[in-house]
Design a protein around this ligand. Structure first.
Ligand SMILES: Nc1ccn([C@@H]2O[C@H](COP(=O)(O)OP(=O)(O)OP(=O)(O)O)[C@@H](O)[C@H]2O)c(=O)n1
Ligand SMILES: O=C(CO)[C@H](O)[C@H](O)COP(=O)(O)O
Length: 401
């Protein structure tokens, strides 16, 4: 997803919010933005979005309408709203939901702290739902809460992976182009309706493969794996300032880097002020490994957990914390420390309420350098799978490398 470095600037009119993208995406957005800036006589466009979300999801084959089906515990529609909210130049987002799901929708907005959202009643067909949304924008029925838009983006609530670039292209095309024969030939039914009844000029813009619609149950699994992939791109290895701990943390960091290609592995000290760690949290890193050497108590892990609980990081995605304990099994047999280590279950139960998924990992710390490397590698493989697979069944478990 969807990381946003703190303090990054966002345009106040159609133009990409660079902060949400990386690498090639950033470069593409930047060139689009400067192209938009270069347009003579350009003025800010008033843009709104209407999200039809009033279907029953018959093809999904489950009683819950698909837009409310959970992915990593959060309803699908919340991901779509998040994707649109990140686009700062969309002023209002109008969601069409059925009367019976109105309260569910309100509680989703509240729980996941969505902003700029207004709700209208859905219609019996998708087009009627869209029409109700447009009517609300045109007539400003909602107590003058909505600004009157020049351009309205219509986006299915069940297409969670929409990116700012494509929205910008659509808005730009809506503003600049006429409707071609090709668009009428190969376009969708809305295009024809818009032309027939409103004489609205339209242009077909090619989308990205990620814009696909969640329709069948298998699409939920596909969406889940895309989201897991996005949130497992960074791991922060945390330890206290003791030299021994810093040394072992560094070794683990190196092994994690070689085991997890393309994943950014950083390390931070859990010092009193914890300023750097705060920055990592604000930067939206969702994976933490807390290193404890020759100790089976959880002081450092608890400090980290409190910081995470105080932040709102886990509202949108589960945050994985692996409490790693290095013990020399020859000097300290694990059985002696087991009682203490089993406390992981209690801590895990507590923080799970805040969507923080805690696991314990015991790594053998032999004196022999080669053997240490071997157990570090085994530990790194376990950490990688905890972070990438995000299996809620492993919450509170103590794993051994
Ligand atoms: N009366 C309707 C029907 C559909 N939609 C919305 O239109 C989008 C695309 O429609 P579709 O994928 O066909 O959704 P469903 O109608 O829910 O699916 P199905 O055809 O499997 O029942 C969805 O976000 C859906 O909630 C709507 O707002 N109002
Ligand atoms: O998937 C759909 C409904 O199931 C829509 O038809 C699809 O999103 C195209 O929409 P539009 O006609 O508005 O371009």
């Amino acid at each position: 997803m969807e990381r946003r470095p703190p303090g990054s600037s966002r345009p106040t009119e159609p133009g990409p919010c660079l902060s949400g993208q990386r690498g090639a995406d950033q470069a593409a957005s930047a060139s689009l933005q400067s192209a938009a800036r270069a347009r003579p006589g350009r003025h800010p466009l008033a843009v709104a979005a209407v999200l039809p979300a009033g279907g029953c999801g018959e093809r999904m084959g489950v009683p819950t309408p698909k837009q409310f089906c959970p992915i990593l515990g959060r309803p699908l529609i919340s991901y779509t709203l998040q994707a649109l909210e990140r686009v700062c130049w969309i002023k209002d987002i109008v969601v069409a939901v059925t009367g019976e799901n109105m309260e569910v929708m309100k509680s989703i907005i509240q729980k996941y702290q969505h902003k700029r959202i207004s709700l209208v009643e859905a219609g019996v067909t998708r087009h009627r739902s869209i029409f109700n949304g447009l009517k609300a924008l045109a007539e400003d029925q909602l107590n003058r809460k909505l600004s009157k838009p020049e351009i309205v983006i219509i986006h299915d609530a069940v297409r969670p992976f929409v990116e700012e670039d494509i929205l910008l292209k659509v808005v730009t095309a809506a503003k600049e182009h006429g409707c071609s024969d090709c668009d009428l030939e190969f376009g969708t039914e809305c295009l024809q309706l818009a032309l027939k009844y409103c004489c609205t000029k339209a242009k077909l813009v090619e989308g990205s493969p990620d814009l696909w619609k969640v329709t069948y149950k298998r699409d939920l699994y596909a969406a889940e794996s895309i989201i897991k992939e996005r949130i497992s791109q960074e791991i922060c290895v945390v330890t206290d300032t003791k030299e021994d701990n810093k040394h072992v943390s560094h070794l683990l960091e190196e092994v994690l880097k070689s085991e997890l290609n393309h994943v950014k592995v950083t390390s931070e000290a859990l010092c009193h002020a914890g300023r750097d760690l705060q920055k990592i949290i604000l930067d939206q890193c969702y994976n933490f490994v807390c290193v404890n050497v020759m100790t089976s108590d959880f002081q450092e892990t608890q400090k980290l957990l409190s910081m995470l609980e105080e932040s709102n990081l886990s509202i949108l995605y589960p945050v994985v914390v692996v409490s790693v304990h290095f013990l020399d099994f020859k000097i300290v047999p694990p059985s002696k420390k087991m009682e203490n280590l089993m406390l992981i279950r209690e801590f895990a139960k507590e923080v799970k309420k805040r969507n923080i998924w805690l696991c314990g990992l015991l790594i053998s710390y032999p004196q022999d350098e080669q053997k240490l490397q071997e157990s570090l590698r085994e530990g790194a493989i376990i950490i990688a799978s905890l972070i990438k697979e995000r299996n809620s069944g492993l919450i509170g478990q103590l794993l051994i490398a």
